[in-house]
Write a new protein. Structure first.
Length: 569
């Protein structure tokens, strides 16, 4: 029984190592070793050059604009010559958007309030963060068009109609309007309305029937991105990058690029609400359709390492000389939780907390409230950990009292194990008798700690996912809480405090187990050398408070505070 508590802790530690190895495999593009993802229910994924579901047979979805997609596109005219495909840059106070005349597509987006570099190198945002781009082997764009016949698509040349290039002082909105020529008797007019201080753009499509017969086209909106991961990922932790679909019925559905490529993508196709998105660490883009608009969601592989997610909406029949207008919003920006919650139901879920969202969201809310008072994210992290430790004070006190009792009788247990090592049954009986006499529960120090593990894992994901940590300084040399400590001082402090915390615990009776237990701080220290400073800061704060409370409990119970070191010789 004396080893049960240690055994449980070792099981937890071993399980953590398994999860870390699994993440390493996934990060390097290999299948999960221990927890392979079950194949989702069979579903038809849109073909590279075709539509899906209701769209099939009525028109083919054109290929995304990319270097690999040269030549004629099914269902459209040939792409415009390179000289005619001009680009137009439009600026607001928070974004610089680049549109191209081919299809009126959005092919560039710089976020003026967010720096491209991390590590505190560009806190003044001299170089804005680039989200959308179409250069070299990097592609991340938003495209729209019509299918269901020979209609204008994102490959059709369009003309920019007037409009200023930037928001003027005192101006709150700015419109960018593209008009296509007639294709199949249909003209498409796409209008982007940008708003001061906003990362969502209203996109209006006006479909004009200039021909002599009724038409019933379908409108598609899509986000196209290459499958490369973001620079902020490391081999020691990874965040989700890829398409996502949200509906009221099925909620937030992440789709791995590898599942799209292997035709194993599972998500809700038919919907009348929700959104489609491309998600990456700290930033996202999403098409937000109008509520009640029937749509078909699709995800497909467009070309080698190029993927798209989007929607197809059926438009009503348009008589000759008539027109129809459809509206949607395009979000391109940071994963600011408050902003996302205001824009659309469920949009805040692109900031992915994983399976502990129910705990992570209240923790983020509390962290943000604390930041409102201290105006420093580093001190907000410290104070949040203090509040969490205070909330669990009595639970921790129970665990530390149990550990103190175990520590007090540990010499007697060690002596008894040595004396009765040849009589395991008698040793077990004597050990149980000693536990009863001393009123010691070997598991008393384990369960209170296990209860708190989900809370601290949730806090880990809050700090890892929050864009507010990018280039947020704490003090002195810590100029970016989302980047590793440049001088590795915080990881060293974390290693020391973890070792002190380990030394204050009673040694396991088994000498080999006692030695192995000291490898835990070393393993975690190596990992944390590459972790964001904010995460290391939270762990250090937790360690220091744990040591202080443990020392206080030991002092009150009259148990001498001493370091218990195993014999390594």
């Amino acid at each position: 029984m004396n080893d049960i508590r240690r055994s449980i802790l070792w099981v937890v530690f071993g399980f953590a190592m398994v999860l870390i190895w699994d993440k390493w495999q996934i990060h390097n593009g290999k299948p999960a070793t221990f927890f392979p993802t079950a194949a989702p229910p069979a579903a038809t994924v849109p073909a590279q050059t075709g539509g899906t579901g209701a769209a099939a047979g009525q028109g083919s979805l054109p290929q995304a604009a990319a270097p690999a997609a040269a030549g004629a596109v099914p269902g459209t005219d040939a792409p415009a010559p390179a000289a005619a495909n001009t680009r137009h840059v439009v600026r607001t106070d928070v974004m610089a958007l680049t549109f191209q005349s081919e299809g009126g597509a959005l092919v560039g987006a710089q976020l003026l309030k967010h720096a491209q570099a991390t590590g505190g190198k560009d806190r003044e945002v001299q170089t804005p963060f680039t989200l959308f781009q179409q250069e070299g082997n990097r592609t991340y764009v938003a495209q729209t068009g019509l299918i269901g016949g020979s209609f204008p698509t994102h490959k059709t040349p369009m003309t920019l109609v007037g409009g200023p290039a930037a928001l003027a002082d005192g101006q709150d909105t700015l419109q960018v309007r593209f008009e296509s020529a007639e294709v199949g008797g249909v003209q498409l007019v796409t209008t982007y309305t940008l708003t001061r201080g906003a990362y969502d753009v209203e996109v209006t499509h006006e479909v004009r029937n200039r021909g002599g017969a009724p038409v019933k086209p379908q409108l598609y909106r899509q986000l196209v991105r290459d499958g490369s991961t973001v620079e902020s990922e490391t081999p020691f932790y990874s965040t989700f990058t890829g398409p996502a679909v949200y509906t009221t019925e099925q909620k937030f559905q992440k789709i791995e690029f590898k599942n799209v490529a292997s035709d194993k993508a599972g998500f809700q196709r038919e919907a009348t609400d929700g959104y489609v998105a491309m998600v990456q660490h700290y930033f996202a883009s999403a098409w937000l359709g109008e509520a009640g608009e029937a749509r078909e969601n699709f995800v497909r592989k467009v070309a080698d390492n190029l993927f798209s997610v989007g929607t197809i909406s059926n438009l009503p029949e348009i008589a000759p000389g008539q027109s129809h207008t459809a509206k949607a919003r395009l979000f391109v920006g940071p994963q600011d939780e408050k902003v996302l919650e205001r824009l659309a139901p469920g949009l805040e879920l692109v900031k992915d907390y994983g399976w502990l969202t129910i705990l992570a969201k209240p923790l983020y809310w509390l962290l943000e409230k604390i930041h409102g008072y201290v105006n420093n994210w580093g001190w907000a992290i410290v104070l949040l950990v203090v509040l969490i430790k205070a909330a669990f004070y009595w639970l921790n006190a129970s665990a530390y009292r149990s550990m103190a009792k175990m520590k007090a009788i540990n010499p007697r247990i060690m002596e008894m194990r040595e004396r009765l090592k040849d009589s395991p049954q008698l040793m077990q009986q004597e050990m149980m008798k000693m536990y009863r006499e001393e009123k010691v529960n070997p598991l008393g120090g384990c369960f209170p700690i296990l209860v708190q593990i989900p809370v601290f894992i949730a806090l880990y994901w809050v700090l890892l996912s929050s864009v507010e940590m990018r280039n947020a300084p704490w003090l002195a040399w810590i100029t970016d809480l989302s980047s590793p400590d440049p001088f590795y001082l915080l990881p060293l402090v974390m290693a020391v405090t973890t070792m002190i915390q380990t030394a204050l615990n009673p040694l396991p009776p088994d000498p080999l187990q006692a030695k192995l237990m000291w490898f835990m701080p070393l393993i975690f220290s190596v990992m944390f050398f590459f972790f964001p400073s904010g995460l290391v800061l939270y762990w250090i704060t937790n360690n220091i408070l744990t040591i202080a409370q443990q020392a206080h409990i030991n002092h009150r119970m009259g148990v001498p505070l001493k370091f218990n070191m195993p014999k390594f010789k």
